[in-house]
Design a protein around this ligand. Structure first.
Ligand code: GAL
Length: 685
């Protein structure tokens, strides 16, 4: 279900001191929070920092339309003009993210409702039902007014639809949602009988005789029907996608030449929006990413950037938001250390971002985000943060030759399946502890530690270019996917999958005859029973590793299946834990437990060796430096990011250093300092 966007890219405004064409650089800009006399100073500082683009008016609805029939565009006209005079392009928001008080007072029926029936009241932001016809009407009126007013404004280079659609309102259980859900179900299932079959309603006397009886999965006496939950997740993602399309269609009609985007949130556990499915609706993909605390923080950032690049079809994408330093929404908000601002930005560029933007330009003095960092902090431009921001602007200019290049596919891929994410974490399962994305991230961390590049690709991406595909917890395997994976292996690919894979079809019905259902023959194993582990339990393997969370009672069914590791303890003692079935030049492997990022390195290393995949960096750098490659066909740009707190020599790595961080003009960087980045230009192979 992965389709790439059209890739119409916001043109740069050529300005003195900015590289055009090159990378876009900028921030969300909220001038309405500041007195008018701050604006010229903002623009002066933006130019000093090398800013080329700002996202404007994201939360400006109440200011633009102070009452149902009152409009105030003067301030926006003025700032658009000032920005244009300053050579700064505008990614103009449609301003629909936060409905104004006059609208919610007149129409409380646009407010979302939780599964337990509570209203989400105004007072923060994004308090609107994706399916409310009243909200839609008012939002589209605003979009039309903005598009008509700024259609020919020379600063306008892109449209920014809403903001982080679904950040706070993806699952709405209101009566509007119930009506829209029924309509969506009619389209998906066609008839009530088909829905009853798909939902398995023979269970617990749930049989429906009419679509009108169906509700969203509101608070229920026990576990709600799993397929109802799954369809509700699909529907909720589609409902927001529908809103995205409604705004986009107006923009395309009025300004057909202006590319349209909306900022995704490919990060952490944000799973409600199926971004791989949304990508085709926008002209270019943008993403917001904030570093998450913990030992895999940098790996998670790389994972998210990589997945975003693949959702964008390998073409350049826009990093719409990240932070210069601390955020304000974690339990403890840690400031970035020296070097992290540039390293984090360039890590996204390494994975294909052609724009680096922050939330936000000037740190708010009031409101809920006043302790969130920005490009201009409370301390003002005389600050380490602003100096780092200005340095990064210069670094991006140094790196301009790499702008517009595409991602060079890695030798291996991790298959990321949104529907398996949704389905594997439903309730009433063998364990409630399973975390789909964490398992995928653990494999990614293991690849990073071994120094082997891996792409994170959404289901639907052609796999043949990858010599190895790891599909962790590929829980939902419809027959078509099973066929694709079988073809992949028969064509010489090396497939690796794990516990709780191949268990259900697209309706969340268990495959019968033994797990892992349609992957059984490919893997040459059969599982009659799962044997999950309690929180304080582990199961030792004879290769020295020890699994947690899960084991399976595996029977090896094919003589071509090798047992690479066996349990020496735990409920599956004596049984196979890691298997590999050679199938012609390809193979299919299965790991039945959770090893975590460190312990996965051993088995992954063995599987890579068996597949003939080698690392591309010399041993002195591999694993300590993350390598990503972008290419324009003639040149290969090697992005080297130091993942450690130690200097790493780049001995034995050929190429001309074109830039990096810390910025070091003129001096070829042959040792990467802690958190440092170097970009090398080499001849494409
Ligand atoms: C994003 C949002 C921004 C700002 C930022 C803070 O979710 O789009 O408006 O709230 O987070 O980290």
């Amino acid at each position: 279900m992965s389709r790439a966007p059209s890739h119409r890219w916001p043109r740069p405004l050529p300005a003195e001191g900015t590289a055009a064409p090159g990378f876009h650089y900028g921030a969300d800009y909220n001038p309405e929070q500041w007195p008018r006399d701050v604006w010229p100073e903002d623009i002066r500082l933006m130019r000093e920092a090398g800013v080329t683009v700002v996202s404007l008016a994201i939360f400006s609805w109440a200011r633009i339309q102070p009452a149902q029939d009152a409009w105030d565009f003067d301030w926006l006209d003025e700032i658009m003009d000032l920005l244009h005079q300053g050579g700064i392009a505008v990614d103009l928001a449609t301003a629909t993210a936060s409905p104004p008080p006059w609208l919610t007072a007149a129409h409380p029926e646009i407010l979302p409702v939780t599964a337990t029936g509570e209203t989400i009241w105004p007072g923060a932001r994004q308090h609107w039902r994706p399916t409310s016809p009243v909200f839609r009407e008012h939002a589209l009126r605003l979009v039309t007014a903005l598009a008509e007013r700024y259609a020919t404004h020379p600063a306008l280079v892109a449209w920014h639809i809403n903001n982080e659609l679904g950040c706070h309102n993806v699952h709405d259980y209101s009566d509007d949602a119930a009506r829209a859900f029924r309509a969506w179900l009619r389209t998906r299932h066609g008839s009530i009988d088909a829905l009853n079959d798909a939902w398995g309603t023979a269970f617990w006397s749930q049989r429906y005789s009419d679509f009108d009886q169906i509700l969203p999965p509101r608070l229920a006496a026990s576990h709600p029907n799993p397929t109802q939950q799954l369809d509700f997740m699909r529907f909720s993602s589609d409902a927001l996608k529908d809103h995205l399309r409604a705004e986009r269609d107006i923009l395309r009609r009025i300004t057909p030449d202006v590319p349209v985007t909306t900022n995704f949130m490919v990060m952490g556990e944000t799973k409600g929006m199926h971004y791989a499915d949304w990508a085709a609706e926008v002209d270019f993909v943008s993403n917001d990413h904030y570093a998450l605390p913990g030992p895999q923080s940098l790996d998670e950032m790389s994972f998210s950037a990589n997945l975003t690049g693949n959702i964008a079809g390998g073409r350049p994408w826009f990093l719409m938001e990240h932070s210069t330093s601390a955020v304000n929404w974690q339990p403890v908000n840690v400031a970035k250390r020296p070097g992290e601002l540039a390293r984090d930005s360039l890590l996204h560029v390494a994975h294909g971002a052609d724009a680096v933007c922050f939330f936000q330009w000037r740190q708010s003095a009031a409101g809920a985000e006043k302790y969130h960092s920005a490009m201009v902090p409370h301390a003002g431009p005389e600050s380490d943060v602003f100096r780092a921001v200005t340095d990064l602007g210069a670094t991006l200019r140094d790196l301009a030759p790499a702008a517009g290049t595409v991602r060079d596919p890695a030798p291996a891929a991790i298959l990321f399946d949104w529907e398996s994410w949704w389905a594997s974490e439903l309730d009433s399962h063998p364990t409630s502890r399973l975390r789909y994305r964490q398992e995928a991230l653990d494999w990614y961390s293991a690849f990073l530690a071994l120094g082997v590049r891996a792409d994170v690709v959404p289901t639907g991406t052609p796999l043949d270019a990858y010599r190895m595909v790891v599909a962790p917890v590929l829980h939902m395997v419809p027959q078509s996917l099973a066929k694709e994976l079988t073809r992949y292996v028969e064509g010489g690919g090396h497939l690796v999958t794990t516990y709780f894979s191949g268990i259900v079809d697209e309706n969340d019905h268990a495959w019968l005859g033994g797990y892992p259902g349609p992957l059984r023959d490919l893997l040459g194993i059969r599982i009659e029973e799962f044997a999950p582990l309690l929180d304080d339990e582990s199961a030792a393997l004879d290769d020295g590793t020890s699994g947690t969370l899960w084991t399976d009672l595996i029977t090896v069914t094919d003589p071509a299946t090798e047992t690479l590791a066996r349990y020496t303890a735990g409920p599956a003692e004596g049984r196979a834990a890691l298997t590999r079935r050679a199938a012609g030049p390809g193979s299919a492997s299965y790991l039945s437990t959770r090893l975590g990022p460190e312990q996965l390195r051993g088995p992954l290393g063995r599987l890579l060796a068996a597949a003939g995949i080698e690392r591309e960096l010399p041993e002195s750098a591999a694993g300590r430096v993350e390598l990503t490659v972008r290419t324009d066909g003639a040149n290969a740009f090697w992005f080297l990011v130091n993942r450690t707190e130690e200097p790493v020599p780049l001995t034995g790595i050929a190429g001309e250093v074109i830039g990096g961080a810390p910025r070091d003009p003129g001096a070829p960087r042959r040792v990467l300092p802690p958190r440092g980045v170097a970009v090398l230009r080499r001849q494409a192979p």
